[in-house]
Design a protein around this ligand. Structure first.
Ligand SMILES: Nc1ncnc2c1ncn2[C@@H]1O[C@H](COP(=O)(O)OP(=O)(O)O)[C@@H](O)[C@H]1O
Ligand SMILES: [Mg+2]
Length: 429
C-alpha cells in the first residue's frame, strides 16, 4: 500500500514509525512532515489545510490510504473530499468531526443520550447579559469554553465571577477567538484524575488502545499556562478494567450510536478526554483524531500491525485483532523552547539526539528543521524524548526518559520534571 500521513508534529512522527513497520506498506509519504519523518518516509511540502492539493497528490501517486493527524483539516472536511474522489481516509467526515469542532454539539449529544459529562449551559453572543446573570447565581469554580477550536486557549477555569466575566468578555466583546467564541459553553467544574483514551472505530465496532495521561500545563505540578502538551505516559494505572468497561458501555457505545442516529457515522480515532470522578468516568471533551503527545506513548505499546488496523477501519470492516497491548510502558517528556507557550525564538542548534537514542529510547521530532546542514529548533514544542520498555514499570520508564534528556541540548531548553509522578504517587499510597 501507498500511504500518506498528514501533519508535522510528534504525533505524526509516531504514526509514521508505527506504519513503517507494517508488512502491508509500500511507499510512505508525510505531508508536510518534519526532519524525523523524513528519515522514515518521503516528506512532501503541501499545506495540511490545502485539501485540493493533497487530493491531487494522492491521485497522481496511487495512494491507498490517507491518515489525518491534526483536527483542522478534518473539521474542514478533508475526509469528504478525499473519499468522494475514491481515496480511503482514516479520519471522520466533516459532519462527524463536529464532535471536536463544536463543543456545544458534543454536549447536546451527550445530554440527549445520557452520556456522563459535566452539567452545562450554552449561551450565544446575543445572550451576553443573560450569561452574566447566570454567572452571578452559580457555584465556583466554573468552566467557560469557547464553542469552536481555539488552539487550546479557549477554556478558562474561573474561580470567581470577575474572572468568569473576563472570559465571557474575551469571547463575546473582544472576539479573541473569532467565530469560535460566538457561542460559549459554561460547565460545572469536575474533579478527579484526567485520562485520554483512543477508541479506534469504523462507526459500529471499536477497540480501545491503552489509556494515557497527558500533562497540558507548562510547569511542574500542573502550574502555569496551557500548552499543546508537555508530556504523557501510558498505560495509566488510573484506568483499570472496571473503568475501561464503563468507558466502553457508557461513553463509546452510546456516542457511536448517537452519531449513527444522526447520519454522521463516526469512523477513525475517537479521542475521549475523561475526568475520572467519584461518580465514574465523565467526558471532558471529544477530539476527532489521535492526541499529541499521547500517541507518542500509546503506539509503541502496540504489537501487531497498526496499518492493518487503520486500513480495515477506513474500509468500515475494522480488524480488531490487528494490534494488541504488548505489556510494556512508555513515558514521553517534551523539550520546549524558552518562552513557550508565549513568544519563543527559533533556530537554536540541537545536539545529543544520537547519543540519547537506543533500543528503549526514541526521540520524536515536533518543532525542528534543518538549516545549513544542522538540526535546529523550529517551534515551541521541539522534541518528544520517549522511553519504551517491555515491562509495565513506569518508574523505570520515567528514569530512562530523564537519563536521556540530560544528554540532549539546545539553548533555552525547558521541560517538566514530573511526568509520570501522579501514577507513581498513586502506587506508593
Ligand atoms: N468541566 C471541567 N471540569 C474540570 N476541568 C475541566 C473541565 N473542562 C475542561 N477542564 C480542564 O481544561 C482542559 C481543557 O479543556 P478541554 O475541554 O479539553 O478543551 P481544549 O482541549 O479544547 O482546550 C481539560 O484538559 C481540563 O484540564
Ligand atoms: Mg483538551
Amino acid at each position: 500500500m501507498n500511504v500518506v500521513i498528514i501533519g508535522s508534529g510528534g504525533r505524526e512522527h509516531a504514526l509514521a514509525l508505527s506504519v513503517s513497520k507494517s508488512k502491508l506498506l509500500n511507499k510512505l509519504f508525510i505531508i508536510p512532515g518534519n526532519p524525523g519523518t523524513g528519515k522514515i518516509g518521503i516528506n512532501i511540502l503541501i499545506d495540511v489545510n490545502d485539501s485540493w492539493g493533497i487530493l491531487n497528490f494522492c491521485l497522481s501517486n496511487s495512494i491507498d490510504l490517507v491518515i489525518v493527524g491534526p483536527e483542522q483539516p478534518l473539521i474542514e472536511g478533508i475526509s469528504d473530499i478525499l473519499s468522494k474522489n475514491g481515496i480511503k481516509v482514516f479520519g471522520p467526515s466533516k459532519e462527524a468531526a463536529r464532535l471536536e469542532g463544536e463543543k456545544s454539539f458534543a454536549k447536546d449529544l451527550m445530554k440527549e443520550y445520557g452520556i456522563p459529562t459535566a452539567a452545562y449551559e450554552i449561551f450565544y453572543k446575543d445572550d451576553y447579559e443573560k450569561s452574566l446573570t447566570y454567572l452571578q447565581n452559580i457555584k465556583y469554580p466554573v468552566v467557560i469554553k469557547a464553542n469552536g477550536i481555539a488552539a487550546g486557549k479557549g477554556v478558562v477555569i474561573a474561580e470567581n465571577y470577575q474572572s468568569a466575566k473576563n472570559a465571557v468578555d474575551d469571547c463575546f466583546l473582544k472576539h479573541s477567538f473569532g467565530n469560535a467564541g460566538d457561542k460559549i459553553v459554561i460547565e460545572e467544574f469536575m474533579t478527579g484524575q484526567e485520562a485520554s483514551i483512543f477508541a479506534i472505530t469504523d462507526g459500529l465496532d471499536f477497540i480501545l488502545l491503552p489509556a494515557a495521561q497527558d500533562h497540558k500545563r507548562i510547569f511542574d505540578g500542573d502550574k502555569g499556562k496551557n500548552t499543546g502538551g508537555m508530556g504523557a505516559y501510558a498505560p495509566t494505572p488510573f484506568v483499570d478494567e472496571e473503568i475501561l468497561f464503563q468507558i466502553s458501555q457508557k461513553i463509546v457505545i452510546p456516542t457511536l450510536k448517537a452519531m449513527r442516529d444522526k447520519s454522521a457515522n463516526y469512523s477513525g480515532c475517537l479521542y475521549c478526554g475523561l475526568m475520572l470522578t467519584d461518580e465514574g468516568p465523565k467526558v471532558v471533551e471529544f477530539n476527532c483524531r489521535f492526541g499529541d503527545p499521547e500517541t507518542q506513548v500509546v503506539l509503541p505499546l502496540l504489537d501487531g500491525d497498526l496499518l492493518e488496523l487503520l486500513i480495515t477501519t477506513a474500509n468500515v470492516k475494522i480488524n480488531k485483532n490487528s494490534v494488541w497491548y504488548n505489556g510494556g510502558s512508555s513515558a514521553c517528556v517534551v523539550a520546549a523552547s524558552a518562552g513557550y507557550p508565549d513568544k519563543y525564538e527559533k533556530g537554536k542548534v540541537i545536539s545529543g539526539i544520537d547519543i540519547a537514542e537506543n533500543d528503549e529510547l526514541l526521540v520524536y521530532h515536533a518543532g525542528t528543521s534543518i538549516k545549513n546542514g544542522e538540526l535546529v529548533t523550529n517551534g515551541g514544542r521541539v522534541l518528544g524524548i520517549t522511553s519504551v520498555i517491555k515491562e509495565n514499570n513506569l518508574k523505570l520508564a520515567k528514569q530512562k526518559c530523564y537519563d536521556a534528556i540530560s544528554k540532549i541540548h539546545f539553548d533555552g531548553m525547558q521541560f517538566r520534571k514530573d511526568i509520570c509522578d501522579k501514577a507513581l504517587n498513586k502506587n506508593s499510597n
